[in-house]
Design a protein around this ligand. Structure first.
Ligand code: PMT
Length: 405
């Protein structure tokens, strides 16, 4: 199968939300206004969105806003169009309820079906994601917790609530999860779980090699590529540890996040993880190649230019260790230097290497997209077009599964 055919197939297989139909239930909380943003972000990922609103939700936001955002009919009453409480859920791939109030959670948990959303909930067969939002004391109430426990035991996925200042003026746990996290949860819920049982460690971002307490050597890595790989592996059911140098990115939910600063710290975090057994290591981090021979404890004067040496090669250290995982490295090259990447794979004893030309527009550092060539020890070569880093991440994991099989 050509790569573009494989990519088309994977898109049909839900790597993102292309061709997916989301039924979004909005119940009556202050956070209902965030449903507009949620609809937009789901549509950005290619989903079609149909919204159902409870009566209380309409006190906070008008159906018109959600109709405009979704470019679809918004359902507000059981009697609006006969039998749509059955036909709309039947056509949906996933039901997302955001915000989910204490009242709607109680109805779902107890089979009460007295409006469009609660009736559609019972009629729907497929993955359900709920994003609770309410006052902190309400959320902590044993009755609400009992209802949630019942829903979770039925396989319903919960995202949030987050902690912080609440609309009522109190502080607590009850804020609607970030829209980004809700979308992430939806993508994860719709992704086939072909990495269950695997522990995958991913490195991301740059490292900092300190010259003195105020200066360091680093590089342009934003962490986006590594974070995409970690999230894709998590979505596909792997147990994921993401070891990241300093980045501006939020730590993703549903995985173990270890923040490091220097290459030494990255190496010791990796040794720690591999000691406990790892199926695959994916080294997307741009480890700084140079460090000071003798980092100074005090700020050095301009006349004392520090002597540099090379950092320890992390990937080679792990490849030479006793509990060696399957190793996928990256090669950041300036120009189409595939031979250099192949040589790196051999020298550093990797099983696969992902080449990217960091001088190419839309590729490499900081961008949301990348174009890569994935090579393996058995001389297999797979080229991707320019695509999102999320899609590149899935292409790498597809290749990994194929080569390991
Ligand atoms: O983070 P982004 O902004 O999204 O950018 C993505 C990226 C360009 C950083 C990523 O796609 C990428 O290419 N990562 C590897 C960068 C790199 O360090 O390449 P390299 O060719 O210098 O190193 C080869 C491999 O050896 C890499 O897997 C690297 O992690 C590893 N290495 C390098 C130096 C070192 N001391 N120890 C290592 O293990």
């Amino acid at each position: 199968m050509s790569f573009s055919a494989a990519k088309r197939k994977r898109n049909q297989q839900l790597t993102n939300l292309k061709n997916r139909s989301v039924l979004l239930g909005v119940s009556g909380g202050v956070a209902a206004y965030k449903a507009v943003e949620l609809v937009r972000r789901l549509k950005d990922k290619g989903a079609s969105v149909t919204v159902m609103m409870t009566g209380a939700a309409q006190q906070f936001i008008t159906p018109l806003s959600l109709q405009i955002a979704s470019q679809n009919t918004v359902y507000t009453s059981l009697f609006q169009e006969p039998l749509t409480h059955i036909s709309i859920p039947a056509a949906a791939d996933i039901l997302v309820v955001a915000p989910a109030t204490a009242n709607s959670i109680a109805k779902f948990a107890n089979g009460i079906a007295d409006d469009m959303l609660s009736t559609a909930f019972l009629a729907f067969r497929g993955p359900v994601v709920i994003a609770p939002s309410m006052n902190g004391k309400m959320y902590e109430h044993p009755v609400v917790q009992e209802n949630l426990k019942k829903l979770l035991s039925l396989g319903i996925v919960q995202t949030g609530p987050d902690s912080g200042p609440l609309a009522c003026g109190e502080e607590g746990t009850g804020r609607l999860a970030e829209v980004r996290d809700i979308v992430d949860t939806v993508v994860a819920a719709l992704t086939p779980k072909d990495l269950i049982g695997q522990k995958i460690v991913v490195t991301a971002g740059p490292t900092r090699e300190y010259l003195d307490p105020v200066r360091f050597i680093s590089n342009r890595s934003s962490g986006k590529m590594g974070f995409s790989v970690a999230k894709a592996a998590r979505n596909r059911g792997a147990e994921v540890v993401l070891i990241s140098g300093p980045t501006a990115l939020e730590s993703p939910q549903g995985l173990t996040f270890r923040r490091v600063d220097t290459s030494d710290q990255m190496l010791s975090a990796l040794r720690d993880e591999t000691e406990r057994g790892v199926s695959a290591l994916i080294m997307a981090a741009a480890v700084a190649d140079f460090r000071s021979v003798r980092p100074s404890k005090a700020k050095v004067g301009k006349n004392k230019i520090p002597l540099l040496t090379c950092t320890e090669d992390i990937v080679s250290c792990i490849a030479g260790g006793e509990k060696r995982p399957f190793i996928i490295g990256f090669a950041a090259e300036t120009g189409k230097k595939l031979d250099r990447a192949r040589e790196k794979m051999k020298r550093k004893k990797m099983d696969m290497i992902v080449f990217n030309d960091v001088t190419e527009k839309g590729s490499g550092f900081e961008t949301d997209t990348n174009r890569v060539v994935i090579m393996d020890k058995k001389n297999g070569v797979m080229r991707t077009g320019l695509m999102s880093k999320d899609d590149v991440a899935d292409a790498i994991l597809d290749r990994y599964l194929k080569i390991k099989a």
